[in-house]
Every structure is written in structure tokens, then in C-alpha cells.
Design a protein around this ligand. Structure first.
Ligand code: GLN
Length: 472
């Protein structure tokens, strides 16, 4: 039953020599065999335990990695046909840092193709299913990572978040997911989707595990010029602290857009924080309501440029039966990318084209500045801002797959923090009447993950969510 445990518990057990890392690995492999035919969380599983001789804190405990980050010698598919047979030739910085702390890896998890989506349904390798209810989506794009952690197919995992891809699946699978401040964690070796938004972060069973992983993966990296030169903190020191007196802004304007379950769980959250001695006041973020529209100009614009490199020459798949170079490009990209990725590339190319650049892209950048200003103003007054992570519980597989606008709206609460480059966590916030998990989002000012950890750790004690996870 080792697969059920948290990372910190397993560190303790291996330290006391009560279990060996091989026991943990074998327990996970058995669990994956038992569950993954249904859940489809993994794109690849590494059957062989390959111990690492480094003596760091991770003690050869296996970590799971979203399949858009490189592990040298392993495939990185981004759940796309175009990279189906691509083998990574170097380690992502986060992977290198985990290896240096003595970690091993057990597999790579499913995602929406190139991390574009909110349900993991755009994966070339098929949908991941929510372990709480196999007819529901697990969220996305890090749906494989979140479903693996929630079902005990992983001890903990890394995901990536561009507009909500760590927080939204964490919420819908009942686990913890943190998107760090933009620049806190190196993006080197993370396949780029929208470079000004992409960030890597932990998906874990509890807040302490998120702090442990953040201690390892944070820090300036000479290989990523956008990584920030900020000292690496020990985030575990913010756990289990007294949060009375903390000032919390409640982004409650949004509650009208939520299901009644989500509204109710937010009301309960407010009561809980009051009991913990915090001061809560409503906060307005007047421009946040434009965030989804803004994001769907900026993210596709960057994606259209980043995905130019998949041309049948430099990487991966190449179509057969082409007549000349141009025909090869067209056939390769037409056959290699799925519908959602093509939609983003076309949208992005359009908003960057010379006649529309000012009207769309430049305007979107200005709006991004206004959204950031709303947060700057709010954080003069508040230590953190809380909001639901998602407007509803997990929806049904297929329910929104053919309606991109509906799908895009499932990220209305996560996208503002992405545009503002601020850190935000999703933590379990109870269970809906349909027995599906809900998430509470806690946002803080740039590089104030300390406030997030204080708040999330104090709050987490209210829900014994690990007990509720579908781990049996
Ligand atoms: N769902 C959003 C999108 O489709 C966000 C994805 C992400 O954060 N990678 O772009």
C-alpha cells in the first residue's frame, strides 16, 4: 500500500529503513498495472527500477513527470503524433535538479496535445479519465499527472501551467497543484507552448509535498534567461504556522458564474478562514473578466511561433508522399497536429499578421498590463486573494469537446494569475453533491509563495482529503 503515501511520509519511512525505494517502485508499478487501463494517466511507464547513486533528500523515491518535459534518453511526446517517436537528448533543469536530489522517475503522464486544453481530451493517446468517476474528465492539460496522483499511480508529479493546467486538474482530481511565480522555476527542457506564461510546478497529495518539491525545483538557471535571480527559500518553514491576522481578499464577483456547489464551498472557506483569525474583505479585479479573451490572443500568438519548429525536418514525424518541400511541410503539419493545436496556430498567426497586430496582439498586451495592475493594487491591501479554482466540478467526457468556447471558459478563474505572472495554488475544498472534488485557489503577489504556503497549510487541516482520495 506504499503507493498511497505522501512523499514526506516515504522519505521518513526510507530514512528509518522501514521500506526500500524498490518496494515503493514495485508498489507503484502494481498500482499502475491495476488502474491505468481505465484511467490512462501514463503515456510511458519505466518498468525497470534504475536507482540513482546521489544521496539527496529524495532517497530514490519515484517522481512522475508530465510528458512535455525532457528526461534524457526517454520519449517526450507532448501527447502529439508529431513527437510520437521523439527521444529527449538532454534533461530539463527540473529533472536534473530532481536527479541531483536522488530521485528516480517512474513514467511520463498524458496531457492535452502540447498542453492546449482543459480536459486531456486533445491527447493523441486518448483521454485520461478522472479516478473519482471514470465518465468525467480529469481536467487539463496536466490531467495525467493529477489523475495519477489522485489514484495512487504516482506519489507526486510535476505539471506545467500556462493558463491553469496545474491548478484546474488538481482541483478536479482533489489534489494540490501549485503554479509558481513566473521565473521561479526554470523552463529549460519544458517544451514551449506560450513562453511568457509557461511555468512548471508540483502536483501532490498534500501541501507539504508541494513545499518539498518547490525547494528542489526553484532557482535561477543560466539556461533560462527568464528564470529569476531570487534566493531559493525553504518553503517547508511556512507550514503549520499561525495565520491569524492575515489579510485575505475574496474575489467574490465571480461567484455568480459558478455552480451552487462551488458557491457553497466558497462560503464555507470564508467561514474557515474567519475561524482561523484572518480578516476577509471582498476584492474587485475590474479587468479580470477580460482575462480569457486576452489569454486567447496572447497564448496562441506565442504558440504559433513556438510550434513553427515542427516542420518534418528538425523534429519528429514527417509525412510520406510529398511532392516538394512546401508540400512536405503542409502534409507533415496537417497530419502531425490535432485539431486544437491547428486552431491555436491559425488563431495566433492571424493575430500576429501585419494588418491585425495592433488591433489584437498589441491591445492584448496592454490589457495584460491592466490585469497586472489590478493585482498590484489588491496586494497593497491583501496578503493573498482567494477564489474558486474552477466554476464547476469535473464535467463529462465529450461534454465540451466540440465546443471550444465552453472549454476555454473552464479556465476563467485560473487565467488571471497566469497573465499577472503571480503564484497560485489549488487545494482541495470539499466534495460536491455528486461526490466530486472541488478546489480553492489561493493567489499571492510575485515571489510571495511564503504567504501561499502559510495559508494553504493552515487551511488544509480542515479537510482530510487524502482519506477521501480514490486510493483503494
Ligand atoms: N486550458 C488552457 C489552454 O487550453 C490552459 C492550458 C495550460 O495551462 N497549459 O490553453
Amino acid at each position: 500500500m506504499l503507493y498511497k503515501e505522501t512523499l514526506h511520509k516515504l522519505i521518513e519511512l526510507t530514512d528509518n529503513k522501514e521500506v526500500t525505494p524498490k518496494d515503493i517502485y514495485d508498489s507503484l508499478l502494481r498500482r499502475i498495472k491495476q488502474k491505468d487501463t481505465d484511467i490512462n494517466a501514463y503515456v510511458s511507464v519505466f518498468e525497470e527500477f534504475a536507482p540513482n547513486d546521489k544521496t539527496g533528500i529524495l532517497r530514490n523515491i519515484p517522481i512522475t513527470i508530465k510528458d512535455n518535459m525532457h528526461i534524457k534518453g526517454k520519449k517526450t511526446t507532448c501527447s502529439s503524433k508529431i513527437l510520437e517517436n521523439y527521444t529527449a537528448i538532454f534533461d530539463a533543469t527540473v529533472v536534473e535538479k530532481l536527479k541531483n536530489e536522488g530521485s528516480v522517475f517512474i513514467g511520463k503522464t498524458n496531457l492535452d496535445e502540447f498542453a492546449m486544453g482543459s480536459s486531456t481530451e486533445t491527447s493523441y493517446f486518448g483521454t485520461t479519465r478522472n479516478p473519482w468517476d471514470l465518465t468525467k474528465i480529469p481536467g487539463g492539460s496536466s490531467g495525467g499527472s493529477a489523475a495519477a496522483v489522485a489514484s495512487g499511480e504516482a506519489i507526486c508529479a510535476l505539471g506545467s501551467d500556462t493558463g491553469g493546467s496545474i491548478r484546474q486538474p488538481a482541483a478536479l482530481c482533489g489534489v494540490v497543484g501549485l503554479k509558481p511565480t513566473y521565473g521561479r522555476v526554470s523552463r529549460y527542457g519544458l517544451v514551449a507552448f506560450a513562453s511568457s506564461l509557461d511555468q512548471i510546478g508540483p502536483i501532490t497529495k498534500d501541501v507539504e509535498d508541494a513545499a518539498i518539491l518547490m525547494n528542489i525545483i526553484s532557482g535561477k538557471d543560466p539556461k533560462d534567461s527568464t528564470s529569476a535571480d531570487v534566493a531559493v527559500d525553504d518553503f517547508t518553514k511556512y507550514l503549520n504556522t499561525d495565520i491569524s491576522g492575515m489579510k485575505i481578499g475574496v474575489y467574490d464577483k465571480v461567484l455568480q458564474d459558478c455552480s451552487s456547489d462551488v458557491g457553497k464551498s466558497m462560503e464555507e472557506s470564508i467561514d474557515i478562514f474567519r475561524r482561523l483569525g484572518c480578516e476577509l474583505t471582498s476584492v474587485d479585479l475590474p479587468n479580470a473578466k477580460y482575462a480569457v479573451s486576452d489569454y486567447y490572443i496572447i497564448a496562441p500568438a506565442e504558440a504559433s511561433s513556438n510550434l513553427e519548429r515542427y516542420d518534418g525536418v528538425k523534429y519528429g514525424f514527417r509525412a510520406d508522399n510529398y511532392e516538394n518541400l512546401k508540400d512536405m511541410y503542409i502534409k507533415t503539419r496537417s497530419q502531425g497536429f490535432g485539431t486544437e493545436v491547428k486552431r491555436r496556430i491559425m488563431l495566433g498567426t492571424y493575430v500576429l499578421s501585419s494588418g491585425y497586430y495592433d488591433a489584437y496582439y498589441l491591445k492584448a498586451q496592454k490589457l495584460r498590463g491592466l490585469i497586472k495592475q489590478d493585482f498590484d493594487r489588491a496586494f497593497e491591501q491583501f496578503d493573498v486573494i482567494i477564489a474558486p479554482t474552477t466554476p464547476t466540478e469535473a464535467f463529462g467526457i465529450g461534454e465540451k469537446a466540440n465546443n471550444p468556447l465552453q472549454m476555454y471558459l473552464s479556465d476563467i478563474f485560473t487565467i488571471p494569475a497566469s497573465l499577472a505572472a503571480i503564484p497560485a495554488i489549488s487545494i482541495p475544498n470539499g466534495i460536491s453533491k455528486n461526490s466530486l472534488p472541488l478546489g480553492l485557489q489561493i493567489m499571492a503577489n510575485v515571489f510571495r509563495e511564503d504567504n501561499i504556503f502559510k495559508c494553504a497549510s493552515a487551511y488544509e487541516k480542515e479537510f482530510n482529503i487524502i482519506k477521501n482520495l480514490p486510493l483503494d
